[in-house]
Design a protein around this ligand. Structure first.
Ligand code: FAD
Length: 438
């Protein structure tokens, strides 16, 4: 790379959001020279690779329903119609809920909004759940541990059959391969963007510019390999957005939180095999992605590995960070042992005799309302704040980012539904607060 070069659009960050955005920008602006870059040595190696890669359209806010429903349908289209293997398995999502939780206003509202948006779901009662998942403990009578841990008994299951799991690396490859076929500029890896270049517009070439009274624009990036000038800088840097936006005085409105996954195998454990092979939920004869009623603990089936990935969407008590740090990449075995394991093994006792054989950690990039942020301001197109569900929103976010770039007032999502392109901006935000964050 030369000391300073000029390009039309530079996309910083090649996670799932960056590659989806680069793909739609190139597809709809074929004459533009678009450079995709990342500081990692390959695409999709940061939080995208750390994710549970589960996808659902079951959200409470109509905005997230729209973003995820269209993205999940696109994922299905890529696999089924375009024949690109994403290892997408439609195993479904199952929320286990107590009677109180099920009747709670927010859950009732969630179900009503899904009906209104045409999102299919089913409700199972306790008896049905017992039959379909014999390994699930639905009776805590006399359990001092359950009482001590404040665990709620399971009375209902809220199930979404259009949801599933996939391989995030394959999904990244899909967009990247398609982007590379169209683009005249080769993506670059191992390039760290150190800062955004903010300049006066117009430039007067006076020392000390830009002054407060001047209009200003981001006109490129400074990297460890030289300067890149661009008419538009796309920031798809997820949990690191603040690092680049703060120094130029732009508030990204995001913060991050550490999330961890622990892998348990069940080849030699009849109880775990029975849970993994739960019948009746889907055509695959496998257990869905399960969310327990208490403490935010969940598990994702991993059929190829005969096991589960276990995670926890903890809330109060674990710190938010301003940007993700290296420490957030280190899983904590004590967190599994003391926080997740006691909960998990009370609901599903078959987990009691096994311990994780692998684990990893990463970060969620939260927006204040748990709805993504996509806005184009002063030469920067920011695409982030997916709030722990970026894989399942990436396609819609990429399309919206491209529509904003082209000045299109409406974005057509996969499947034909439309959304005003400014819905996810900061200035003209028009969203409901999301309550179903895992
Ligand atoms: C444990 C865990 C479980 C999750 N489970 C799910 C799930 O089941 N379903 C789901 O949809 N989502 C899930 N998520 C969230 C999902 O992983 C993210 O929403 C998604 O990966 C965000 O994509 P991204 O492209 O914004 O971020 P990233 O994949 O983190 O990509 C950002 C990229 O920007 C690059 N970058 C940052 N700063 C710079 C710089 N200065 N210069 C150059 N490059 C830079 C980084 O190297 C990185 O590659 C989970 C996340 C975690 C941690």
């Amino acid at each position: 790379m030369s000391e300073s070069e000029t390009i039309d659009i530079v996309v910083v960050g090649a996670g799932i959001i960056g590659v989806a955005t680069a793909y739609y920008l190139q597809k709809n602006n074929p004459d533009k020279r678009i450079l995709l870059l990342d500081r990692y040595l390959a695409a999709g190696q940061a939080n995208t690779a750390m994710s549970a890669a589960a996808v659902r359209n079951m959200f409470a806010s109509s905005t997230n329903q729209l973003l995820t429903d269209s993205t999940v349908k696109f994922i299905e289209h890529v696999q089924e119609e375009l024949g690109f293997e994403l290892l997408f398995e439609k195993c479904g999502y199952l929320w286990l809920l107590s009677e109180f939780q099920f009747n709670n206003e927010s859950v009732q509202m969630w179900m009503k909004r899904m009906e209104k948006s045409g999102i299919h779901y089913k409700v199972y009662n306790k008896q049905q759940l017992k039959e379909m998942m014999p390994g699930l403990n639905v009776d805590f009578t006399g359990s001092e541990e359950a009482e001590l841990m404040n665990l709620k008994e399971v009375d209902y299951g809220l199930f979404g059959g259009d949801c599933g799991v996939l391989d995030p690396t394959r999904y990244v490859e899909f967009y990247l391969d398609e982007f590379k076929k169209m683009s005249s500029v080769k993506p670059r890896f191992g390039v760290n963007v150190k800062s955004l270049i903010l300049e006066a517009n117009p430039k007067l070439d006076l020392p000390g510019e830009p002054f407060v009274w001047q209009d200003k624009n981001v006109t490129g990036v400074k990297t460890d390999k030289g300067e890149i000038r661009a008419e538009c800088v796309v920031l798809a840097t997820g949990a690191w957005a603040n690092e680049l936006l703060d120094p130029i005085g732009m508030d990204s409105k995001t913060k991050c939180k550490k999330r961890q996954l622990f892998v348990v195998h069940g080849e030699d454990n009849e109880g775990l095999k029975e849970i993994l092979n739960a019948k009746g939920f889907n055509e695959l004869g496998m257990c869905p992605f399960v969310i327990l009623p208490s403490a935010g603990v969940y598990f994702r089936p991993q059929k190829q590995e005969h096991g589960f990935w276990i995670g926890c969407g903890d809330k109060l008590g674990r710190a938010y960070k301003y940007v993700q740090t290296d420490e957030d990449l280190i899983p904590e075995s004590a967190y599994y042992e003391n926080s997740m394991f006691p909960v998990l093994s009370t609901y599903f006792p078959a987990f009691a005799s096994t311990r994780p054989i692998n684990s990893w950690a990463g970060g969620y990039c939260y927006s204040p309302d748990a709805i993504p942020l996509v806005y184009y301001d002063c030469g920067v197109l920011v695409v982030n704040g997916a709030s722990g569900s970026g894989i399942m929103k990436a396609d819609a976010m990429g399309r919206i980012a491209d529509a904003l770039y082209r000045g299109e007032p409406e974005t057509e999502l996969f499947g034909g539904k439309k959304i005003p392109s400014e819905t996810l901006t900061i200035k003209k935000r028009n969203v409901e607060v999301e309550s179903v964050v895992i």
